[in-house]
Design a binder for this molecule. Structure first.
Ligand SMILES: C[S@@+](CC[C@H](N)C(=O)[O-])C[C@H]1O[C@@H](n2cnc3c(N)ncnc32)[C@H](O)[C@@H]1O
Length: 220
């Protein structure tokens, strides 16, 4: 009963907090917008192949491929419909530098060490289990070149707002799984694969350890 009232209310707030040009897009909201903006800053002086895992309708690619860089992007997602939306959106512009493919984050159809930079944002917190996150990070590491970077975000369980809103998600949304992690536990997975954290960017609060979201750039 409570969720019947809270769910539309949550959607309304989310819509209200979305940037006008992203409003109505399936993957828009203020925090996701900020994560994409910061992620763009991390990659926009890079060249080569960028793999975007769980690309959705491709909001990351807006203003990403400038004339000054030679970036080529491959977006993968498990959903045909969302990939079709993305393809349609970018049909005219940038089509020779952008491709979309149906694939699973945990089983990427790419050879080892072939991608320059691998990104996966706004998705880990929706995975059902931590194993899914571990497998994705392992796949990211497998396909990423040794001089490349992997970039992902952590919905930080040390932040009280994240912790409580994820724990009690059943009250306001009965349809989603929300799981938060600490930077430390994901760092352990990276370390076991020989990766180190090169940069962390706090989003939503200036102190990384307590920020609701931490954007991580890792490499060898
Ligand atoms: C919230 S959206 C984020 C989209 C995009 N990364 C962004 O920030 O705009 C999450 C996307 O991940 C996709 N997804 C979920 N599980 C996946 C998996 N195992 N492998 C690949 N994509 C997945 C969903 O279909 C959805 O499009």
């Amino acid at each position: 009963m409570l969720s019947k009232i809270l769910r539309p209310l949550t959607n309304l707030v989310r819509d209200f907090l979305s940037k006008p040009d992203e409003r109505g897009d399936l993957t828009s909201d203020l925090f996701r917008f900020k994560i994409r903006a910061k992620a763009r800053q991390l990659i926009n002086n890079h060249n080569g192949f960028l793999l975007d895992i769980g690309c959705g309708d491709g909001l990351l690619y807006e203003n990403l491929m400038a004339k000054e860089n030679k970036l080529r992007c491959i977006g993968v997602d498990t959903e045909y419909e969302i990939l079709a939306t993305a393809k349609k959106k970018f049909r005219k512009k940038e089509q020779n530098r952008l491709s979309f493919l149906k694939a699973h984050a945990q089983n990427l159809p790419f050879l080892d060490k072939t991608i320059d930079n691998v990104i996966c944002i706004n998705i880990f917190y929706n995975f059902h289990t931590k194993d899914n996150v571990v497998e994705t990070l392992e796949e990211m590491e497998r396909v990423c070149k040794r001089d490349g970077f992997i970039i992902f975000d952590v919905r930080n369980k040390i932040n009280p707002f994240v912790y409580l809103s994820f724990k009690f998600v059943w009250i306001y949304d009965t349809h989603v799984t929300l799981k938060a992690y600490s930077l430390k536990e994901l760092t352990t997975i990276l370390t076991s694969k020989g990766l180190v954290i090169k940069e962390t960017i706090p989003i939503g609060f200036p102190i990384t350890m307590f920020a609701p979201i931490i954007l991580v750039k890792a490499g060898y």
